[in-house]
Design a protein around this ligand. Structure first.
Ligand SMILES: [Ca+2]
Ligand SMILES: [Ca+2]
Length: 317
């Protein structure tokens, strides 16, 4: 009866998890406001001049189609949806002018991931961009392909050190007046500190004279900040005195989502057979089951795990 109830609970949890995985945001918490430009020309500052004509050099516009504003530009769609807003820039002839800047609050001593998408909107002399945070250059300069409308991602890692705020900037170092035209979209700064996962396994009672039953309780808690992280768990059993090991004795404790936890318990019978006399070790391992593509770069590395062991001491009658 208990097993039947457990399997009903497991089936319900798996069904909920499957729906959430299809509809979930699958994005790291982005500290940048309006990084996708969907709110228009707001939330950031620029040392460039805002004008819909996108002329001369040193101006920008937030729009959906570069060619609609400057006939020399390609009719690129934005990166977010293909028909949304992006920042369209006619590169300045003066180096180190801030194209885009925004200040965000950060937690000291934390690793962050700075990212932007960029495309050329004119094939001549692609932009040469540089990230900076609090006035210091972060990562190498980056250049989009000369082929227009090809969105590529550029990223850099940054540790906040003692900072409580980050002044993010994207600066263009190309000073060509012909060409040097590009679009930016989906700018983000995300916390990449290791996710926190805890696994707990208890057995009550933890000792007895065979045969007896012990109640095993599993708890997995996923308290990381990245909304795409998923964890699961399994239990391996080792019988006493170097006896047999049963890997994956119990497995697949569902996909535990960020900010969520999973708990279940059941009774396990410790039978009156000679191989179980002594310490029986039940090892719970919780592991990362984050799906592709969120388990590989440019997303933060997967692989967090945690273990918890309970030992049941079985005595001969
Ligand atoms: Ca956009
Ligand atoms: Ca230009």
């Amino acid at each position: 009866m208990k097993l039947r109830i457990l399997s009903f609970q497991m089936a319900a949890l798996l069904a909920v998890a499957a729906v959430a995985m299809l509809t979930g945001p699958f994005a790291s918490a982005n500290l940048v406001v309006n990084g996708d430009f969907s709110s228009g020309n707001t939330g950031f500052t620029s040392e460039y001049t805002y004008t819909s004509s996108l002329l001369p050099a040193g101006v920008y516009y937030v729009g959906t189609n570069p060619q609609a504003h400057n006939g020399n530009f390609s009719p690129c769609g934005d990166h977010t949806t293909g028909n949304g807003l992006m920042m369209i820039v006619n590169g300045d002839t003066v180096p180190d002018v801030g194209v885009w800047s925004q200040t965000v609050a950060v937690t000291p001593g934390t690793d962050y991931f700075f990212s932007t998408w960029i495309a050329s909107v004119h094939p001549t002399s692609p932009a040469v961009l540089q990230f900076s945070i609090n006035g210091e250059a972060i990562g190498p300069v980056f250049t989009p392909p000369s082929q227009t409308c090809q969105w590529v991602q550029f990223t850099a890692n940054w540790n906040s050190g003692s900072n409580t705020s980050a002044h993010l900037s994207i600066v263009n170092q190309n000073t060509a007046s012909t060409g040097n035209d590009f679009a930016l979209d989906d700018i983000s700064l995300s916390d990449i500190s290791p996710p926190t996962l805890t696994a707990s396994l208890t057995c009550q009672p933890s000792a007895g004279t065979v045969p007896f039953a012990t109640t095993m309780t599993v708890a997995l808690t996923n308290s990381n900040l990245e909304s795409f992280r998923r964890f699961s768990g399994k239990i391996d059993v080792s019988l006493p005195d170097g006896g047999p090991v049963y890997p994956n004795w119990r497995a697949g404790f569902t996909n535990v989502q960020p900010g969520d936890s999973f708990a279940t318990s059941w009774q396990t019978n410790i039978p009156a057979v000679g191989t179980v006399i002594g310490d029986i070790r039940f090892l719970l391992t919780a592991y990362d089951v984050t799906p592709s593509p969120y388990n590989q770069p440019p997303y933060p590395p997967a692989g967090d795990s945690d273990t918890s062991e309970c030992i049941v001491t079985a005595a001969a009658p």
